[in-house]
Design a protein around this ligand. Structure first.
Ligand SMILES: Cc1cc2nc3c(=O)[nH]c(=O)nc-3n(C[C@H](O)[C@H](O)[C@H](O)COP(=O)(O)OP(=O)(O)OC[C@H]3O[C@@H](n4cnc5c(N)ncnc54)[C@H](O)[C@@H]3O)c2cc1C
Length: 395
């Protein structure tokens, strides 16, 4: 049986980041990844602010494919709200390269990476954890970190709570598009993406390649495929997809709603496994990395004290809650209102928000990582908006 101080399930960006920080201090760390290649299959649109690159120390040159200045939000009946446009608000990154770079960094610090090693069981034995892989490898560790994505085996094995809900996503990498190169196109509506939205994100500076996709509620009347086929036929997106070819299809689930508990004795969850995801956009790279920093600092404290009891580990849960808990909570409240809006209401909001005072405020104060921060300046500058904004913001 192989023995490690820390075993990490999942070779995604969040597991890799945790591994790097813990291995850097000389502890024996192993990452177990079920797939043959890091970063594949792709399950991401790759839109992030510059913060994840700063947090991981990855240079723009390595992973940034395009820079985004604004967004056109299309209402169900075709009205368009344009926001931003003044400066770079987000990067489009090459996700597989980003993931590989983080895993390489962890290996440089001494972490061992085992590909094609799917963890199929995890059990507590006395004061350590024993793991088994599908390939019949036995592993023992003092601390197990579940960074194994939305349907975490680690979470299930230790009866930790499930996310409040899952969005089902589908997407594609495409060529032959005719897009404004620095604008993202967002489409809302019950027949387009019930409970969420659809997107087209230009991935090159010519606007001729893109990632498109959509997510739907878990209780949507039809599977994501159905909405994707309809989306391709939608008359409002036709002008963007003139000579469109699908290179490859992507998919994936987005877990939403903070868990009540993310630790157990000898066990911690991080990233999508702990639903550390922004409910308004489905983005989990930045929030996951913030929590990965807290996860590794509490793990290092436990390793130094040789104490893996939940009393010590649960400090991590509190640290994450202090930093991103409020944003996720407000995001969930906002989402619960958004997902129940009718197409008529969505049309009305898009038209109302076209007022220049509103778009200027959004461009000035909007921050994809902290959407709730926009509410105050919006209401201060445009008090009349109060009757338009959903209940949560009025409170
Ligand atoms: C359609 C879609 C679009 C998205 N777009 C964006 C975006 O534009 N911006 C953004 O910030 N976020 C986006 N996200 C979310 C983002 O992809 C996740 O938040 C991010 O990948 C979380 O990283 P992670 O390391 O926690 O999990 P993952 O990236 O899911 O990594 C988990 C890893 O664990 C492995 N694994 C799982 N179970 C086992 C097991 N039993 N044994 C071994 N290995 C295992 C998996 O193979 C995987 O490699 C999107 C998600 C989806 C579905």
């Amino acid at each position: 049986m192989k023995k490690y101080d820390v075993a990490i399930v999942g070779g995604g960006p969040i597991g890799g980041h945790v591994a790097k920080i813990i291995a850097r201090d000389g502890y024996k760390v192993a990452i177990f990844e079920e797939h043959e290649h890091i970063g594949e299959p792709l399950k991401c649109a790759g839109l992030v602010t510059p913060r994840p690159l700063q947090l991981t120390n990855i240079s723009e040159k390595l992973v940034v494919q395009n820079k985004i200045k604004g967004a056109n939000i299309h209402s169900p009946s075709g009205n368009i709200l344009t926001i931003g446009g003044n400066k770079t608000h987000a990067f489009v990154i090459h996700r597989p390269k980003f993931d590989r770079e983080i895993i390489n960094q962890s290996m440089e610090k001494g972490a061992e990476v085992f590909l094609e090693n799917k963890i199929i069981s995890a059990k507590k034995q006395n004061n350590h954890i024993e793991l088994k892989t599908k390939q019949n490898n036995d592993i023992s560790c003092s601390l197990l970190i579940g960074a194994d994505g939305p349907f975490s085996k680690t979470r299930e094995s230790f009866n930790l709570p499930r996310p409040v809900e899952f969005l089902n996503g589908i997407g594609a990498e495409i060529t032959g598009t005719n897009l404004e190169p620095d604008f993202v196109e967002i489409f809302v509506g019950k027949n387009i993406a019930p409970g969420f939205f659809a997107w087209i994100i230009p991935t090159n500076e010519q606007g001729s390649e893109a990632r498109m996709g959509l997510c739907v509620n878990q209780d949507a009347p039809h599977p994501p495929n159905y909405y994707f086929s309809n989306f391709l036929k939608n008359k409002n997106i036709k002008p963007y997809l003139k000579n469109m070819d699908i290179i490859r299809k992507t998919g994936g689930a987005v877990p939403l709603g903070s868990l009540r508990k993310t630790t157990e004795s000898n066990v911690m969850l991080v990233g999508d496994a702990a639903a550390q995801v922004k409910p308004t956009s489905g983005g989990g790279i930045y929030t996951g990395l913030i929590c990965a920093n807290h996860c590794s600092s509490v793990a290092l404290d436990a390793l130094q004290k040789n104490d893996f009891g939940n009393k010590r580990l649960k400090k991590y849960h509190k640290l994450c809650n202090n930093e991103i808990g409020k944003e996720i909570k407000i995001g969930m409240k906002f989402r619960n209102i958004f997902k129940n809006l009718t197409d008529e209401q969505l049309d009305r909001y898009v038209i109302k928000f076209q007022e220049s005072k509103i778009t200027e405020s959004i461009s000035k104060y909007g921050d994809i990582d902290y959407p709730s921060k926009l509410a105050k300046p919006l209401l201060k500058n445009i008090p009349a908006l109060i009757k338009f904004l959903p209940k949560i913001i009025r409170k």
